[in-house]
Design a protein around this ligand. Sequence first.
Ligand SMILES: [Ca+2]
Length: 290
Amino acid sequence: MYPLDIDGQTRTSSKDAGADERITGTVSNRPLDSMDVGPAWLGGPPDPDAPPALANLALNKPVTVSSAPQPENPATGAVDGDVNTRWSASVYPQWLEVDLGAVYDISRTEVVCLNDRAYQFTIQSKTTSGGSYTQIVNRSSNTTAGSAASPITDNFGPVAARYVRITVTGAADYTGTWASIAELRVFGESGSSMLMAAKLPEATGHEAKEVALQVYPNPISGGAATVKYSLPNAEKVQITAYNMNGQTQTVFNGRQDAGNIPCAGRSSRSPPAFTSCGCRPGGRKSRCGW
Ligand SMILES: [Ca+2]
């Protein structure tokens, strides 16, 4: 009925991962505690009533634009986190679209303009590449300057979005034809409310004791998660990811060669969905470096 556990024994339930053979204490189902989920919880569990942490989800994400930018001011200048670099294109209207990489609930945008200009723009979003846009910000009559110290900021109810497009249509205080945006920031829940732990089974008397395990970032955020570990020798390995609700997903369960093992997953799924684990470039088994 159930696949074999890590010891190669028949599992008696979906929750039987072989722990009873691995530790001497009583094994029972229980809520996760700080020892399960690593350093991120050592100060205590998150406050469930705390407002969600917002992160700039546009930072260093892929961008597309309406026309060729000024060569020295490429599209990436709008999302590189540096207020001294910019995206510039001429003439109006010009748009720039950032792909957040996954659907997030976004609730604020900030726009920093070259020379503190009062650019006029709209911001639209959609959840799929083929979907239709929803306008979430209308600054088409804007007269507010957008400086590094005081960006043009709009807060709105959470909007599910993956693709966020700013269309610059003019400026209130600048008569040139260049759309020059130093930073477009898109804030939303980064996924930091989802905590993940990956555990190796407690080994009894052999090399797995030496396994080094990293989960990065933890809590996972930004849509992607990576688990890395080293195996000094070929081993049976079982890695399970947990989210804060205790939901699990088996990242890997099987035999792996010695070496450094990366696992890639998506934190935007709940529980996190891991799509690859191991290092087999070109389809060949091989060790890999980090
Ligand atoms: Ca910039």
